[in-house]
Structures are given as structure tokens and as C-alpha cells.
Design a protein around this ligand. Structure first.
Ligand code: NAG
Ligand code: NAG
Ligand code: NAG
Ligand code: NAG
Ligand code: NAG
Ligand code: NAG
Ligand code: NAG
Ligand code: NAG
Ligand code: NAG
Ligand code: NAG
Ligand code: NAG
Ligand code: NAG
Length: 708
């Protein structure tokens, strides 16, 4: 693939960029030409199968009917090519197939992109020595296993086998792993979880011209492998942020509600987010304001039934996720101009959502499309919580664009949703909200969103957090609204909900057993990227799909721990380009730190348990300001905050000291977590809740908590 000059220049510039700490955890490859790492399995007569892996030097012969499955040991994506050094004659064939999970390794095809059957093997007629390459339309965005199959008598010898890594196309060839963010803690599982989340988002960032894998969805024969390709153009630039690199390879806004912050916290890839967001807004219905379930590609040929279906489908929540995506983009970029450009679209869209609100004060959802759950209708708690949250976001954005005319009415609608939802949908006997008035089902999605949005009060949040945790199974948090499904997407929001409910240890535990023990370490996984969903039994079955081989093993919507760890555990909450809240919630971690660089500056936080208490070192950009929020210690303590070079002024110091009464009976951790919602917490000095210091100028601060 040829590199444009601009990218070549970036390469030169990037070599001088300072490396972020903990780069050894980064899963992104250091260059684009990737040979397989090892042989997973060989069948038939293969001589020197490992010679075309990274540990060999070329010369693998396939004799008669034989096959080798190569293992990249992590999920990758791109264009395969190989060099044939000799063949017995000019009537030989080599077939290539791909899978993310080891479950679907087969000479007859790849794992699936369509709804039925597996994807066909790509065949090459070997006429003699030479280079053989997969065409660009067969850019396979996600695979760990690469199967090479020889189906005839005679022989073929390969001297080289590689994949040209195509994800992150706009990053320098040797700078795919140049992260702007990092994370580290005393828990190795969480360290791997964060980096796999960041890498999942990178694999989802594909070349703009390699989009849309849903080309043969009408296929009906489960026994005939389907044709597959991806050559739609998704954005007006070189990259696109898609749901998944194998499938669908489309821009879906559900992902933007959770993986966009993860992108900023790890690679600061603002341009891809902007291009992709723009494509969502471009598909807005100018009359109604309805935003699409997924973005229409810029160019797709031939016509395709699913893409056309996308033109008419409306999803109440996905519509709002595009608006939340714009907010997420704006928070980290401070791009007021872009916000202003889309502001009328934002208002039109929000107005459309409000048109569903009836006399109860709640929206009555009339479209069933959501994240593949069922029963998304009526006065649904998830939809109304997300609407309430979007109204609050709208108020924030309205101030930023100086358009205050709707603020009173949006605030009113937001408050009405809270009271109506609590009257109609709160089930105090279960300490959970019902899905709607006519059911006893208590959904995961609506309950976690009730906490994030502030539909639930602080006390309700505490109870919901306990009730949700009580439902966990061995493989994760269930989403009963979708049958027997575990949804890492919704559970990514559940992580935030536990932190917001003052229960960080629950979020940490969930990441440990669900994301690390199962989603990384289970041998059916890629050990590097996150699956989109599975069954509560641990079966890799997602109810929406007839064909289990279709499940994507790299889905940005499952990368929620990146946000949960950097923002919540380490406590670096960026509110906008000028304001932040620092509130570490380490649970029982003894050390946890993170940092990231965005357009307006660099943030870092480092919490550690010390011999007599705990310390927290914080750095925020000059020119910003914020609040430091500390959970009341678990001991009577002296809390001392010192600052240096405050507000970017050399030598300017800050000092604050207070004796505080600790929480009783929390000996296990020096910091007992208070409850705080999405808006800054109330000041509560003393024995309960949190200690807040407002109006801190951006700079470096050290907090020392010394138990007395
Ligand atoms: C491949 O087949 C040719 C023709 O039968 C034979 O001469 C050659 O020895 C074989 N090569 C290997 C490596 O088996
Ligand atoms: C290897 O052989 C086994 C057993 O026959 C079969 O299940 C598997 O699909 C084969 N794998 C390849 C890559 O040919
Ligand atoms: C090998 O595969 C090619 C491509 O599918 C096919 O044309 C050929 O008939 C196969 N050969 C044998 C012996 O199965
Ligand atoms: C916009 O929505 C209206 C109402 O659903 C529909 O009639 C119209 O066709 C849509 N316009 C476009 C361009 O899709
Ligand atoms: C995509 O590939 C298919 C299959 O080769 C081809 O028919 C189609 O014209 C291509 N479309 C584009 C946009 O290149
Ligand atoms: C209310 O929720 C239940 C449980 O999810 C669901 O079966 C039902 O269809 C929902 N009602 C509507 C109108 O969608
Ligand atoms: C929601 O609207 C639909 C369609 O207008 C209506 O049939 C249904 O009764 C309404 N649901 C509620 C809970 O009001
Ligand atoms: C940034 O957030 C702070 C705190 O919420 C707010 O006071 C300020 O007005 C915001 N700035 C902009 C540009 O929205
Ligand atoms: C909003 O008004 C403030 C103060 O007048 C100004 O600094 C800012 O640039 C305006 N923002 C926009 C987007 O117009
Ligand atoms: C999974 O990947 C990690 C590196 O991220 C590696 O240390 C570990 O050995 C791998 N596990 C397996 C089972 O390969
Ligand atoms: C944190 O708590 C969990 C149980 O919630 C426990 O398994 C783990 O060992 C604890 N870790 C530390 C460092 O205390
Ligand atoms: C502030 O903290 C950052 C991050 O740790 C560090 O790079 C910088 O040198 C510190 N500045 C001062 C003045 O201490």
C-alpha cells in the first residue's frame, strides 16, 4: 500500500515524540508486515511448517492434500500475501481462510460475516514461482488464525507468508503503537484488560475504503460458504471507526457512546472519530431530524439490502448515541467550531426524540431497534434514561455555543423524566427499575443507564449496584432483556454505574473475571481483542445470530474498561477543554495510574497506598481548572494537598490541610468511596461522602493522606 506524503512526514516527526510509559503492554504491531508467530496445527504432509513464521527463514512445503493453521497469537487484520519459491507443476492450488476464534478453523472457509454459513476460502491457482496476494476487497479486518490449504497431489513450497496490517491506516507504518495514553496498576489482569481495550479500538479503525462486510446477507444455504468482500467507502477521509473489523465494518453510533472516550484516552485519534461522526450526521433525515441506526457509506456498489434497510430504520437510542458521540468528541477536542457546525442538527435530532414524550412525561418508544435486545418499546427505562442524559448534555453544549433559548425547557423535560420514571418504573421490592410498566423484567441496560443519567438517586444507585452484582454469573453480568445474553457493551456502562454508585471494587472485580479471566484468557478468544457478546453459560452464542461463527471477536463497544479505568479508577474526568474533576476510586487496588494527552494538554494521576495511608499525584494542563474530590478516608487522618507550578506559573504553590474523621469499620482500604453522580458532588467535609476542593488551577498536585 502506498503511503501519502503527509503520513511519511508524520513518520519523521513522530520519531521525536516522547514514548509513553508501559509501552511494553501495547499490543499494536511495531510495523505493518506481519509473519505468523507459530504453527497452531498441521495436517497431511507438510515439511518445515514453521519456516514461514517469525522464527523461520522460509521454505515450507505442502505435499499432496495438506494444511497448516498459523497463529498470530493475537487478533490482527489486513491483506495476506505469500511467495511461492517452487511448485511441482502449474496446476496447484492454495486456499486461504481466516478465523478470529479457534472454534472455526476450517480448510473450507473462514469464520462468518453473513448470517448463515461460513465465508468462502480464497483460492489461488499456483502456476509457478512468484508473489501471490489477496486483492484489497478481501481485506480481512480481524483474524488470529490464518489457514493455508493445499488441495491437490503435487507440491508447493512457500518461502514467505505475511499479512500487511491495514488497521489505523493513517498512522505511520512504524507508529501504530505510538499511544498518547497509558494505564498501569498493581493488578496485571487490569493492565492487560486496558491495553486489549485500546487495541480493540485500533483494530476497529479500518481503511475508509475497506468497509461493509454485509454483502451476501440474503444467502440461504447453511452448507454453501458465502462470498464475502468489503470495498464500500465509509468516510470522507482515510480511516473509519467501525463496530468491528471483521463485521459489520460499518459506522454504528452505539459504539460511539462508549469506545470514543477510549480512543481519546489511548491514541487521541480525533480525526477518525470526526470523520465517522460526520458520516452519521450526514445520514440525518433533514425533515424529521432522525439520525440513522448506522451511517450510510459514502459509496457502496453493488446495492445491498442491509445498507438500504439502514435508510429506513429508526432506533430511539442509537439516534441519541450519535448526539452523545458528538459530546464525547467535543469534551476531548474542545472543537467548538465542529460543535457549532452540527448544532442545528443536534437540536433537530433532540427535538425529534422529545416528540415521543407523552402526557406521562416519558418517551413512548415505538421502534424496536436497539442493541439487539428485545422488548424495546413503550415507556422503556433505558430509552428514557438515555434521553434524560442527552438532555443534560444538551444543556452543557448549549452554554458552549451560546444558544441558551432551549435550556429551561430541556431542564424541565429532564426533571420530568426523573419523576415520571420513578413513579411508573421503580420497583422498590427488587431495588431495580422495570423495563416498562407492563412487565416485571428488570433490565441491565435501563438500570445501569438510570445511574449514569441520574434518574436514580444516590440511595437508589447504591441499591441498584447491589442488585445488579447479585445477578452476576461465572462469565459476567447478565442482560435479561436479551434472553441469556452477556453484553460487554452494556456491561461497559455497568462498570461506570458501579463507580458512580460508590462501589469501585465491584467494577474492578467485574473487569477481572469477565474481561480478563473470560474475554482474554478463555482459549476460544483472541487474547487481545474483545468479543461482542455471548451466552450466560459461557457458550460463544449471541442470540441475534443464526450462525455462531458470525460473532465478532473485536468490537469497540466491548472496550468499556479503557474509560472505566482511566476516567473512574484513576479519577481523570475531563468535562471539557477547560474543566476537569479528579476523583480517584481505586477500590482495593494498592496502586493505579493513568495518563493521556489530548489537544488541550496532558493529564495524569497516580494513586498509591503508603505505609500510613495513601497518596495521589495529579497533573492537569495549565489553563484548565477543576475540582479535586476525595473519598473520606477509612481512618481519622490528616489530608494534605500541595501544588506546584499551579496554573502554569513557575514557582506558584498551593497548600491545603485538613484533619478529617474517617469512616468507621473500613480498615481494609484507606479510602472509603462516597457516592457521586454525573454532576459534581455536593461538598461533604467530615465523616460521610467526599471531600471536595474546588477551583484548582491546572498544575501538579500531591495529596497525602496520613492516618492518625
Ligand atoms: C515437489 O514435486 C516435484 C515434482 O514431483 C519433485 O521433484 C520435488 O522433489 C518435490 N519437492 C518437494 C520439496 O517435495
Ligand atoms: C485438520 O484435520 C482435522 C481432522 O481431520 C480437521 O478437523 C481439521 O479441519 C483440519 N484442519 C485443517 C486446517 O485442514
Ligand atoms: C482445488 O481447489 C480449486 C479451487 O477451488 C479447485 O478448482 C480444484 O478443483 C481443487 N482441486 C482438487 C483436487 O480438489
Ligand atoms: C424522512 O422521514 C420522513 C418521515 O418518516 C419520510 O417520509 C422521508 O422519506 C424521510 N426522508 C428521507 C430523505 O429519507
Ligand atoms: C466491490 O467488489 C465487488 C466484488 O468484486 C464488485 O462487484 C464491486 O463492483 C466492488 N465495489 C466497489 C465499490 O468497488
Ligand atoms: C415491555 O418490556 C417487556 C420486557 O422487556 C417486553 O417483553 C415488552 O415487549 C415491552 N413492551 C413494549 C411495548 O415494548
Ligand atoms: C405508545 O404508542 C403506541 C402507538 O401510538 C400506543 O399503541 C401505545 O399504547 C403507547 N404506549 C403507552 C405505554 O402509552
Ligand atoms: C466547562 O465545564 C465547566 C464545569 O461544568 C463549565 O463551568 C464551563 O462553562 C464549561 N466550559 C464550556 C466551554 O462549556
Ligand atoms: C460564546 O460566547 C463566549 C463569550 O462571549 C465567547 O468567548 C465564545 O467564543 C462563544 N462561543 C461560540 C461557539 O460562539
Ligand atoms: C495472552 O497474552 C499475554 C500478553 O498480552 C501473554 O502474556 C499470555 O501468555 C497470553 N496467554 C496465552 C494463553 O497465550
Ligand atoms: C480485592 O478484592 C478482591 C475481592 O473483591 C480480592 O479478590 C482481591 O484479592 C483484593 N485485592 C487486593 C490487592 O487486596
Ligand atoms: C508535572 O507533572 C508532569 C507529569 O508527571 C511532569 O511531566 C511535569 O514535569 C511536572 N511539572 C512540574 C513543574 O513538576
Amino acid at each position: 500500500m502506498r503511503r501519502p506524503l503527509a503520513v511519511a512526514l508524520t513518520t519523521l516527526l513522530s520519531s521525536s515524540a516522547a514514548a509513553v510509559p508501559y509501552a511494553e503492554y501495547i499490543l499494536a504491531p511495531s510495523q505493518r508486515d506481519l509473519s505468523p508467530v507459530k504453527v497452531h496445527q498441521a495436517n497431511g504432509t507438510v515439511i518445515n511448517a514453521a519456516e514461514v513464521t517469525t522464527s523461520g527463514s522460509g521454505g515450507t512445503t505442502f505435499n499432496s492434500v495438506s494444511a497448516v493453521t498459523y497463529d498470530y497469537t493475537k487478533n490482527i487484520g489486513g491483506l495476506v500475501s505469500f511467495i511461492v519459491s517452487s511448485s511441482s507443476d502449474s496446476e496447484q492450488y492454495i486456499g486461504i481462510s481466516y478465523t478470529e476464534s479457534s472454534l472455526w478453523i476450517s480448510p473450507d472457509g473462514s469464520d462468518a460475516t453473513q448470517n448463515i454459513a461460513i465465508d468462502e476460502t480464497l483460492w489461488f491457482k499456483i502456476t509457478g514461482p512468484g508473489n501471490y496476494s489477496v486483492e484489497p476487497l478481501h481485506d480481512r479486518g480481524g483474524f488470529r488464525y490464518l489457514n493455508v490449504y493445499h488441495n491437490t497431489t503435487g507440491n508447493v513450497t512457500l518461502s514467505h507468508l505475511q499479512t500487511y496490517f491495514t488497521a489505523m491506516p493513517h498512522f505511520p507504518d512504524d507508529g501504530i503503537g505510538e499511544y498518547t495514553g497509558y494505564f498501569h496498576s498493581n493488578d496485571e489482569k487490569l493492565n492487560r484488560v486496558w491495553y486489549a481495550g485500546a487495541y480493540t479500538d485500533q483494530l476497529c479503525t479500518i481503511p475508509s475504503t475497506a468497509g461493509n462486510s454485509l454483502v451476501d446477507l440474503d444467502a440461504t444455504d447453511p452448507n454453501t460458504p458465502t462470498v464475502w468482500w468489503s470495498n464500500s467507502t465509509l468516510t470522507n477521509g482515510s480511516s473509519a471507526f467501525t463496530d468491528g473489523p471483521k463485521r459489520d465494518k460499518l459506522v454504528w453510533p452505539g459504539d460511539f457512546a462508549i469506545s470514543v472516550p477510549g480512543v481519546f484516552l489511548s491514541t487521541d485519534d480525533a480525526i477518525t472519530v470526526k470523520l465517522s461522526l460526520q458520516q452519521l450526521f450526514a445520514s440525518q433525515n433533514a425533515t424529521t431530524g432522525a439520525l440513522p441506526w448506522f451511517a450510510q457509506p459514502i459509496y457502496v456498489f453493488p446495492e445491498n439490502s442491509f445498507i438500504n434497510f439502514g435508510k429506513v430504520v429508526f432506533s430511539f437510542n442509537y439516534h441519541l448515541f450519535t448526539l452523545l458521540g458528538l459530546h464525547n468528541y467535543w469534551i476531548y477536542t474542545g472543537d467548538d467550531e465542529y460543535l457549532q457546525q452540527n448544532w442545528n442538527r443536534f437540536k433537530l435530532a433532540l427535538n425529534y426524540s422529545l416528540s415521543f414524550v407523552d402526557e406521562t412525561g416519558l418517551a413512548n418508544v415505538t421502534s424496536s431497534f436497539d442493541w439487539l435486545r428485545e422488548g424495546m418499546g413503550g415507556h422503556n427505562i433505558e430509552a428514557n434514561s438515555i434521553l434524560k442524559h442527552t438532555l443534560d448534555v444538551a444543556v452543557t453544549l448549549a452554554y458552549a455555543v451560546n444558544d441558551t433559548s432551549h435550556i429551561a425547557s430541556w431542564k424541565n423535560s429532564s426533571a420530568t423524566i426523573v419523576s415520571a420514571a420513578n413513579t411508573l418504573l421503580w420497583d422498590s421490592s427488587a431495588s431495580l427499575y422495570k423495563d416498562n410498566e407492563t412487565t416485571t423484567l428488570h433490565p441491565q441496560d435501563g438500570n445501569v443507564w438510570s445511574i449514569i443519567s441520574g434518574v436514580a438517586s444516590a440511595n437508589q444507585s447504591t441499591d441498584i449496584s447491589s442488585a445488579l452484582a447479585a445477578r452476576w454469573g461465572p462469565y459476567g453480568a447478565p442482560a435479561p432483556e436479551a434472553g441469556t445474553t452477556v453484553s460487554p457493551f452494556i456491561t461497559g456502562f455497568e462498570l461506570q454505574a458501579h463507580f458512580l454508585a460508590g462501589q469501585p471494587q465491584r467494577a474492578i472485580e467485574l473487569m477481572q473475571f469477565m474481561w480478563a479471566d473470560f474475554m482474554l484468557d478463555d482459549p476460544r478468544m483472541t487474547n487481545s481483542t474483545y468479543i461482542e457478546g455471548y451466552d450466560t453459560s459461557g457458550a460463544l452464542h449471541y442470540p441475534a445470530y443464526a450462525d455462531d461463527a458470525r460473532i465478532s471477536h473485536a468490537h469497540g463497544w466491548s472496550s468499556g474498561p479503557v474509560l472505566a479505568l482511566s476516567t473512574f479508577a484513576v479519577g481523570l474526568h475531563v468535562l471539557n477543554a477547560t474543566n476537569w474533576i479528579a476523583h480517584p476510586q481505586p477500590g482495593n487496588l494498592t496502586n493505579v495510574e493513568a495518563g493521556f494527552k489530548v489537544d488541550h494538554g496532558t493529564y495524569s494521576g497516580n494513586y498509591s497506598v503508603t505505609a500510613k495511608g495513601a497518596s495521589y499525584v495529579l497533573s492537569t494542563p495549565p489553563g484548565t481548572k477543576g475540582s479535586l474530590v476525595l473519598d473520606t478516608p477509612g481512618c481519622n487522618a490528616s489530608v494534605k494537598v500541595t501544588g506546584s507550578d499551579v496554573g502554569g506559573k513557575h514557582g506558584k504553590k498551593f497548600s491545603w490541610v485538613k484533619q478529617v474523621h474517617g469512616h468507621k469499620g473500613v480498615a481494609s482500604t484507606p479510602w472509603k468511596c462516597g457516592v457521586w453522580g454525573p454532576s459534581p458532588p455536593a461538598h461533604q467535609d467530615g465523616s460521610a461522602g467526599t471531600i471536595t476542593i474546588d477551583n484548582l488551577a491546572g498544575g501538579n498536585y500531591t495529596v497525602d493522606i496520613v492516618c492518625s
